[in-house]
Structures are given as C-alpha cells and as structure tokens.
Design a protein around this ligand. Structure first.
Ligand code: AMP
Length: 371
C-alpha cells in the first residue's frame, strides 16, 4: 500500500467474518487483482473457500488478530458485530474501513437512533428500556402496538417481540433475557425500502437505485430494483443516505433500511415520508441484485472504496431487476434454476440447508417492455 492509503493490485484486503458476504467480496476483489485474507472461525466457511488465505481465531484472541493484521494491508468486515475492542486493536495496526466510529454508531439500536436524530434523520419514536419498570412507563407514552427489541445482536427479526393490547409486557422483557432493550413505535408503512450506497476515501458518493424489500418470516425474500416510489421520495431516501455517510466520515458500502409511509394531509393530499429503520455498515442482502443487475456490484464498489480507488458506476442494467433469496430447502431447486435462461444463480457453498439459512440467491433482469 502507498502512503496515501491507496491499495495497489496484488495488495491484500483483510475481511473479518467468513460468511457469504465475505465470499462475494473476495470474488470481486480477485477480479481487480487484489487478494483477500479472511478472519474466520472454521476453514470451510463460505469466504475461506474462495479467498487466498485465512486466519482462524476468535475476536477475543489478540495473538490471532495480530497475525491477521500483519498479513493484510487494510481491514474491513462483513458483519457489524465486531467487538469495539477488536476494532480498536486492529485500527492501531492497519487502516480499518469503514472506521470503528461507524461500528460504534450502528451496533446498538438506541445509540443508532440517537445518532440519526442528531443529524436530522427521522426514525420511529423510541425509548431505552433497562428494566420492567421503564418498559411500563414508556409503553404508556409510545402506545400499542409497539415493538420491544434487544439493543444489540438482533437480526432477521430475532430478539424482538410485538406488544399489542393485552400483551404481558413483563413476560416479553423476560423472554428477551432482561437485557437492555429498545421500545419502538410501530411504523404503519406502505413499503420497506433500502438504499445501498458507497463513499470513497476522497468523500465521493455513489448510490444504487432505491429498492423495495419483501420479507417472509422476518427474513428478506425478494428485492425489487427500482422501488416503485415517487421521485421525490427516492430523492429524500438518497439525501438521508448521503447525510449518514458524511456524518460517519464513512469509507465503503453502507445499507440504509427505511420505511416508506403514505399519509393524507389536511387538504386530502397523499404525502409520502421516509423513516430510517436501521443502518448496516457493510454490504447488504438487499444489494445482491447489483452483482448481475448493475455495472459495478456492491461488492466491487466496497472493494474500490476501501482500496482508495475511484468508485464505479452504480447504473442498473435493464428496466427492472428482481433478486430472490434461496432460503433453506429452496436451494434444492438449483438444477431447475441453473436451466432457466436468464436466471443468474448464486450458491454460497454452505453444506447443510437448515431452515431459515441463506443458501444462495437468484437474480432476473427484465429488459424494457417485459413484465
Ligand atoms: P429489524 O431487525 O429492526 O430490521 O426488524 C425486522 C423487520 O421487522 C423489519 O424489516 C420490519 O418488517 C419489522 N419492523 C421492525 N421494526 C419495526 C417498526 N418500528 N415498525 C414496523 N415494523 C418494524
């Protein structure tokens, strides 16, 4: 790496985490002549199967982290629950991109919403809940239905409980393990949308189309790009994303998940609003469509950003792009999908198709004029 922080072809990107996001990042890096070195827990993890090297270890093991840092030119991550201590340890040795500040602001749901509101980005109403008494007090203000979530480590709907009229709130708090929680008002949304965007080392910005996300059992099942929303709503979503990236002094790809609300004003006009649900400081499942459906994939874009290279074009191919996750046994249909003309099949190299496990995805690009 040169002193200006820019990687040269042949340099090595260190990736914390060995899942499918790290795998697709490694494949994109290889295309640009960069090597990847994965920090993982087992050598058969999806990313280790395709990377040049890996270090096995735990985030609490300084010796393993030091060996990993010595072997790489820059450090990035494929999931946001990297402990702050590990991020600081690595940042003292190598550039960590995105930086530890982005992790600090996005790992905890209360800190994240405080940060968003502090930069003028709207969210649902919320309150920090540390004990059952606080929960009873705050549910009076926020009203029902409300959602109780653990502040940290929640994903795919895990660690959250809906509180309706008559729900036993004390039992809900106990069911979440009496850990620090957040109580959120429920957004009566029209759609769930997300913006996947990147900020370069020089502060440049590039965003993909706003896309719409459909979930099944709290797990993303389908992403449609572009979302069918009013141009001013898309512009508002982009503006929010740009503001978040600048405020975090971010380098890399980010995903901002949002709710689109449609309300009627006093004059009877339809008004659309956007609230941010959560921010993922990494490449994201709702950006997988860009692998086949955009000039530069989100994985290549992330690699370019953290390498200090110019960002690529985020322009979409075709009129519409649809990505479907292959979850659990859905991946057993790989032969049929492989035979389907125009279906772009991705399988992540995971052995066992447990229910709820993301095994792969398939993307279809629809040219103009096709349904
Ligand atoms: P999360 O883990 O926060 O992304 O939540 C998972 C899913 O639960 C979201 O994609 C929404 O479908 C739903 N959800 C979470 N929080 C809220 C909220 N405050 N209002 C309405 N729906 C929500």
């Amino acid at each position: 790496m040169k002193p200006d922080g820019v990687l040269q072809p042949g340099d090595t990107i260190g990736v914390l985490g060995g899942g499918q996001l790290g795998r697709m990042m490694a494949l994109a890096a290889a295309r640009l002549g960069l090597k990847t070195h994965i920090f993982a827990q087992a050598s058969d993890e999806p990313a280790c199967q395709v990377a040049a090297a890996h270090t096995l270890g735990d985030f609490a093991e300084d010796a393993a982290l030091a060996r990993f840092a010595d072997a790489v030119d820059v450090v990035t991550y494929e999931f946001e629950n990297v402990p702050a201590s590990a991020a600081a340890f690595l940042a003292a040795r190598r550039p960590v991109r995105p930086g530890p500040f982005a992790l600090e602001k996005t790992q905890d749901r209360v800190i994240e919403k405080d940060f968003l509101n502090s930069i003028g980005v709207p969210t649902v109403p919320y309150a920090a809940v540390d004990d059952a008494g606080a929960l009873i007090r705050h549910i009076g203000q926020i009203g029902r239905p409300a959602i109780l979530k653990t502040r940290r480590f929640g994903y795919d709907g895990k660690g959250q409980i809906m509180l309706r009229e008559g729900s036993d709130v004390g039992a809900a708090f106990r069911a979440l393990g009496q850990t620090p929680c957040i109580l959120e008002g429920v957004a009566q949304f029209e759609r769930e949308i997300s913006v996947v965007a990147a900020r370069g080392l020089d502060g440049s910005f590039a965003a993909y189309d706003v896309c719409e996300n459909l979930h099944e059992n709290h797990i993303l099942s389908e992403t449609r790009a572009p979302a069918e929303i009013a141009p001013q709503t898309a512009a508002a979503a982009m503006d929010i994303t740009h503001r978040i990236l600048d405020a975090l002094d971010y380098v890399g790809v980010i995903a901002v998940e949002m709710f689109e609300l449609a309300e009627t004003d006093a004059a009877g006009r339809r008004v659309e609003r956007v609230l941010v649900n959560e921010v993922a400081p990494r490449v994201h499942n709702s950006g997988h469509w860009t692998l086949d459906g955009a000039i530069t994939s989100q994985f290549e874009q992330h690699v370019r950003a953290i390498a200090g290279w110019p960002l690529g074009s985020p322009r979409r191919h075709g009129a519409r792009v649809v990505m479907n996750n292959l979850i659990g046994e859905a991946a057993d249909g790989w032969r049929r999908l492989a035979a389907e003309p125009g279906a772009c099949l991705h399988l992540y190299g995971k052995g066992e198709a447990r229910s709820g496990r993301k095994m792969g995805h398939v993307t279809r690009i629809f040219p103009k004029g096709e349904a």
